[in-house]
Write a protein that binds this ligand. Structure first.
Ligand code: ATP
Ligand code: MG
Length: 738
């Protein structure tokens, strides 16, 4: 038998060898779906069914892509070359395609387009709001940003959306229209566009579509349950000719609805691809019997699902441990303590067998665990925190580089025109912005015009000309200099390093070191033979989980980032009503089921030991609250959990029976962000409940005066100064309008 098929069970083997036509592999967590993809690629190559460049495999993160490629290589004889094998994320695949063909659209689009990240997007939205004189307080930029992204992913454009009849929709629609115009003028694409434009490209230019359809004989997609409509369309277009599509996924792990993922893509696969075969994997290789039993019991509470049988031949294992701590600080200490003890008991084992993960619902929860780790001297890795490429000085340096390649990149322009300060004042900027808005120009072109007209006062003109000269000068070095020289020239000639030197603080010194590190990264890119374009693309596409360090003893991350991963020891923390499940989704059937799937994903990351923890008191917006245990805790069969309550010193905190706990503050990363507002499509939004609207001032019988900050599904979130935000059922709350 083929050696590639050893180490696979009969169903997995069938999934690897059924190479012709569409194939759906549907299975629960830890059943070897990702393993099937790896072996299938190796099998296709080994059997000569495809050359490496004829295969496309899509994973959820860059890191997973890299790992998959490595594992394929390990399965194959080293003598052959598989360099052309394309394992990518949807986004990085699209960037490759667009770098070759975006200019086909003509207009301001060239192959040197810029990728706008969430930050750049936010800046642009704010600029649009300002230009349209829309009040940011009434219509928060984040809400608008989310609504626009959602609309785009559902295939809407400003033209297809019905005219707005209420103020919110009107604000969204107007901003959407201007936002799209400004993006195009800047020759920039946001993350959503990467997919949408690729789909448009393939639809509009049959020769391009033909080339890719012919090339990719086999396409494989991991985590298919989390694909969104543009991704679905892209896959359909790419597979049109050969139809050799293998998708693997688990509907119970669909957790990206807030990014427009559509679970129907996997549930209705057989309808989309009528010739499809389906293979179900039923054996879990990852977890102990106890952990699997907990996972099965929890997910069974969801109604909207197909029942799957998932069993394991692994040992029964240790009971699940439940920890109930008096406070959130104590929870963090107890977790780190338990972790140390667990690892100590296994110090004779290889390190890989003692790795642990602390998983939480929102990024903000990481702080206490970081502090507890530091107190105990435990080295940890934080995923999705403030990663290298998110740092201000790095983003500034990258903005210079972006501007060199694409001077019409408005986000980059705005970011650095006066950083470091070079005497370009607000008034000058406003003249440029107004000109750009009036004539639909990029900031750069507007600046050139303003300069040429000579209408600025001499000081402003000199400062501005100095900036233009600096950029042109650096541009002249693009050809022929290594990247590292270029990056170094940027941070020197721009005056950035001088600025940091003058500051002379410890903080400035650490920023200088980061810039040095960027020069090092550029030197590494030089060694790989990467272009500036490739260097910037890579920086733009770095995602949360790419920070992951394989040999970390402890990894801190959100559950969203933990998808697809496994750890011998897992802590799922903050199991409190209002936190997990999140306050925003309480009582909503579908959203609650998504939260439960998230809990299922969390539990199933664990191989040997699982801890579930709760803090009885937690500070939210500075105010201490008594919490209720998460309903999810009760869904774990009690006979397999060993609870340990740590004595609580009673505090004088009371909780209103009406309060569902506070919705936690906006998480730092999109991986945990769950925006509250969606763009309504054809009918006006229900922006009132029982006569209350956003912004109303109200009086509550117990809490006193407050203001309505959210209205949805008949519920009101009301901010009470000094008391935090509370949620009420509008019809039942003792409220009067002021
Ligand atoms: P998830 O749903 O979490 O993404 P998955 O279905 O992709 O999980 P894998 O990550 O592929 O599962 O596999 C889970 C673990 O089980 C891995 O450690 C893998 O190496 C192991 N495994 C899978 N199949 C087998 C097998 N036939 N024999 C031995 N180990 C296996
Ligand atoms: Mg997997």
């Amino acid at each position: 038998m083929n050696a590639l098929l050893d180490g696979l069970n009969p169903e997995q083997r069938a999934a690897v060898t059924t190479t012709d036509g569409p194939l759906l592999v549907i299975a629960g967590a830890g059943s070897g779906k990702t393993r099937v993809i790896v072996h299938r690629i190796a099998y296709l190559l080994d059997q000569g069914l495809a050359r490496p460049e004829q295969i496309l495999a899509v994973t959820f993160t860059n890191k997973a892509a890299l790992e998959m490629k490595t594992r394929v290589h390990q399965l194959l004889p080293p003598s052959r070359r598989y360099g052309e094998l394309l394992v990518a994320t949807f986004h990085s695949f699209c960037v490759r395609v667009l770098r070759r063909h975006l200019d086909r659209f003509g207009g301001s689009y060239t192959r040197d387009f810029t990728i706008y990240d969430t930050d750049d997007q936010g800046r642009l939205i704010k600029a649009c709001l300002k230009e349209l004189q829309i009040d940011e307080k009434q219509f928060p930029p984040r809400m608008i940003q989310y609504a626009i992204s959602r609309a785009k992913n559902q295939g809407e454009t400003p033209e297809t959306l019905a005219p707005a009849s209420d103020p919110k929709r009107d604000a969204i629609l107007k901003t959407f229209r201007l936002y799209e115009m400004r993006l195009a003028a800047a020759n920039a694409l946001d993350f959503d566009d990467l997919l949408l434009m690729t789909v448009r490209l393939l639809r509009q230019f049959p020769d391009v579509a033909d080339a890719y359809q012919n090339r990719f004989r086999y396409i494989l997609i991991d985590e298919y349950q989390d694909t969104n409509p543009p991704q679905f369309n892209l896959v359909r277009l790419l597979t049109q000719r050969h139809q050799n599509l293998c998708v693997v996924g688990d509907p119970d792990q669909s957790i990206y609805r807030f990014r427009a993922a559509d679970i129907r893509n996997i549930l209705e696969f057989e309808r989309h691809y009528p010739r499809a075969k389906t293979i179900v994997l039923a054996q879990n290789y990852r977890s102990t019997k106890v952990i699997l039993q907990a996972a099965n019991a929890v997910i069974r509470h969801n109604r909207a699902r197909r029942e799957k049988q998932l069993t394991t031949q692994n040992p029964v294992g240790e009971p699940i441990r439940g920890l109930i701590a008096p406070t959130a600080e104590a929870e963090a200490d107890l977790v780190v303590e338990a972790l140390l003890q667990w690892q100590r008991q296994r110090s004779h084992l290889p390190e890989a067998e003692t790795r642990a993960a602390i998983l939480y619902r929102t990024n903000a929860q990481s702080r206490l665990f970081e502090e507890a780790c530091r107190r105990r001297g435990v080295p940890y890795v934080l995923v999705g925190g403030f990663s290298f490429y998110q740092r201000a000085e790095i983003k500034d340096a990258l903005a210079y580089l972006r501007l060199l390649l694409n001077p019409h990149d408005d986000a980059a322009f705005e970011r650095i025109i006066n950083v470091p300060a070079r005497g370009i004042g607000k008034a000058t900027l406003e003249i440029i912005t107004a000109r750009a808005a009036r004539d639909g120009l990029s900031r750069w072109t507007a600046m050139e015009q303003v300069l040429a007209e000579g209408a600025l006062n001499p000081r402003a003109a000199t400062a501005l000309a100095g900036f233009a000269g600096l950029i042109r000068d650096l541009q002249a070095r693009l050809e022929g200099s290594p990247l590292s020289t270029l990056v170094s020239a940027v941070v020197n000639r721009s005056g950035y390093l001088d600025m940091l030197a003058q500051e002379g603080t410890l903080e400035a010194e650490s920023r200088r070191q980061n810039l040095e590190e960027l020069v090092t990264a550029a030197a590494e890119a030089d060694e790989r033979g990467a272009s500036l374009r490739e260097f910037l693309d890579q920086a733009a596409l770095v995602s949360d989980t790419d920070d992951l360090v394989d040999n970390a003893r402890v990894t801190l991350m959100t559950i969203h980032s933990a998808k697809g991963l496994e750890f011998p020891l897992v802590f799922v923390v903050g199991l409190e009503e209002g936190l997990f499940p999140h306050a925003r989704v309480v009582d909503d059937g579908e959203e609650l089921e998504e939260e439960r799937r998230l809990f299922y994903v969390a539990i199933t990351r664990a191989r040997h030991q699982l801890y579930l923890t709760q803090a009885q008191r937690r500070r939210v917006y500075g105010e201490e609250r008594i919490t209720d245990p998460s309903r999810f805790l009760e869904e774990v069969p009690e006979q397999i959990v060993q609870f340990e309550a740590v004595p609580s010193s009673s505090g004088g905190v009371t909780q209103s029976p009406l309060s569902y706990g506070a919705p936690y503050g906006a998480p730092a990363s999109p991986s945990a962000a769950k925006p509250a507002v969606e763009l309504p499509r054809s009918q006006p939004a229900a922006s009132t409940a029982e006569g209350f609207r956003l912004g109303d001032r109200v009086e509550h019988a117990t809490y006193g005066a407050g203001q309505v900050v959210r209205v949805a599904d008949g519920k009101l979130d009301i901010a009470f100064p000094g008391k935090g935000i509370k949620r009420f059922v509008a019809a039942a709350a003792p409220l009067t309008k002021l």
